[in-house]
Write a protein that binds this ligand. Structure first.
Ligand SMILES: [Zn+2]
Length: 304
């Protein structure tokens, strides 16, 4: 009996031990699985973390590239026109030699008498669509009215140049000093609009052209004074006559075809408020020049 009881106790303890072992094993198993899951999750998180980090880095690099690009543009403007005398002189030389370029066929699209709310944004939209960079010869009094359009032109990579303040011949051509005054007044408006004290267009276009007419003598004197100050001036060698009577798309295109004759073309157009036809025809103008094998440049391409 004693033995039986002992034996029963042993058996009972044995069973208990087995149960304990099973529970222990179960606990162990659960802990191991949990450990694996946690470890895996940790790894996943690490991978995700790395991905996010890589993405953030790529974004940062892109942002830095953009900042670098706009810094380079700003430096170009500062160095090429105002900041550095040697670069200013080089720019004047390059503008003087604009019709002697030997790199194939190139065209400079130029728009005078703007900016205007009615026309300039449409022109900018079309230029953007074709990724064409142009040069805007702006009027100081219109810059004052539409500074945001100047900022957009600048932002979208177009060159902003100077076409006097008032565009009133009798006022501008009173004397060579008056020409310089109109130039400076417009430069001030451009700087103010851009919020950039360093901006200097360094490029003037005489209203009505730099030669001939009743103000020829004043123009000649003003040219010498501009040269002395290392300021370039530029006329054109092709035009659509959009400000001289071309009142249909057909006439605009006919004038274009008849005047685009050389490898180096400076094309005159206008973005004054009434030049609706100019923006309505601009796509056809660009397509025509593309078909003829021209590449589009603007004045930034003349800044070394
Ligand atoms: Zn003009």
């Amino acid at each position: 009996m004693q033995y039986q009881i002992e034996s029963f106790k042993v058996k009972k303890r044995g069973k208990q031990v087995i149960v304990y072992v099973i529970i222990l094993l179960l606990v162990l198993l659960v802990s191991i699985s949990l450990g694996i899951v946690v470890a895996r999750k940790g790894n996943e998180e690490k991978t995700m973390g790395k991905l996010i980090e890589t993405k953030a880095n790529a974004k940062k690099v892109k942002k830095e590239e953009r900042q670098e690009q706009s810094k380079r543009n700003n430096e170009k403007q500062g160095d090429g026109t105002q900041g550095n005398l040697e670069n200013k002189k080089q720019f004047v030389k390059n503008v003087d030699q604009i019709y002697n370029g030997e790199k194939g066929k190139r065209v400079f699209l130029t728009f005078d008498d703007g900016p205007s709310e009615a026309v300039t944004p449409h022109i900018l939209d079309t230029l953007k669509k074709y990724n064409v960079k142009a040069t805007f010869f702006v009027l100081g009094n219109r810059v004052k009215l539409n500074p945001e359009l100047i900022r957009r032109e600048y932002r979208e990579g177009h060159y902003i140049a100077n076409h006097s303040y008032s565009h009133e011949y009798s006022k501008i051509y009173k004397s060579s000093n008056a020409v310089l005054k109109e130039y400076n007044k417009t430069e001030e408006q451009i700087k103010r609009a851009l919020g950039n004290e360093n901006y200097s267009s360094n490029l003037f276009r005489f209203p009505g052209g730099s030669t001939g007419g009743e103000y020829d003598k004043v123009k000649e004197k003003a040219k010498k004074e501009l040269e002395a100050k290392n300021i370039a001036y530029l006329d054109w060698n092709a035009l659509t006559s959009d400000a001289a009577g071309a009142d249909t798309k057909e006439k605009i295109m006919k004038n274009l075809e008849e005047t685009v004759l050389y490898n180096n073309v400076v094309l005159l157009m206008h973005d004054a408020p009434d030049k609706i036809l100019t923006y309505e025809t601009l796509e056809d103008v660009i397509k025509y020049l593309q078909k003829k094998g021209y590449t589009f440049e603007n004045m930034y391409d003349l800044i070394s």
